[in-house]
Design a protein around this ligand. Sequence first.
Ligand code: GRF
Length: 194
Amino acid sequence: MKRIAIFASGSGSNAEKIADYFAGSADVSIELIVSNNPKAGVIDRARRYHIPVVLFDRTTFYQTDHITRLLQQQNIDLIVLAGFMWLMPGGLVQAFPDRIVNIHPALLPKFGGKGMYGHFVHEAVVAAGETESGITIHFVNEHYDEGAPIFQARCPVTPTDTPDDVARKVQVLEHEHYPRVVADVLATLPDRTA
Ligand code: GRF
């Protein structure tokens, strides 16, 4: 059995797609949803899927190893970031080498880095007159959006597209691909619990 922890701070639509994808799986379980935002939509979604939620604040995340130890105690194989905004602390990255993945709503290395999240990304894509955007699923290191890429998918951006239009197209790609790519990454990982 491979065990996933999903980190999310927002609505959680990607977390829900991943939970749907692995529902009933004998090989993969979503053990935890981890969040810094008690008001996040993802909390309600977790409740509906009976997935335990762990909430933490900035001090706990950056000044203690509480979250790293919790994930180790639960034998988490893969950390999946799905709309989680904070930079991963060094200790957590080192404890889970090549075992943290993120989805970014643009074609990295373009439109990434600090401050490039959510709507800001799609606004920048439209302002730059891009003819395409998409998603990048990548491993996570201690820098925003710089880990090794795993998968990209593209969508066209037309001259009349608004940032909202681009966001909708990108979200379709996220929901279509993220669960399957997570499954592919899991399949390559040796079992931590063995
Ligand atoms: C997605 O666009 C993802 O690419 C980004 O944050 C957003 C999360 O959306 N990292 P949701 O909370 O999964 O609906």
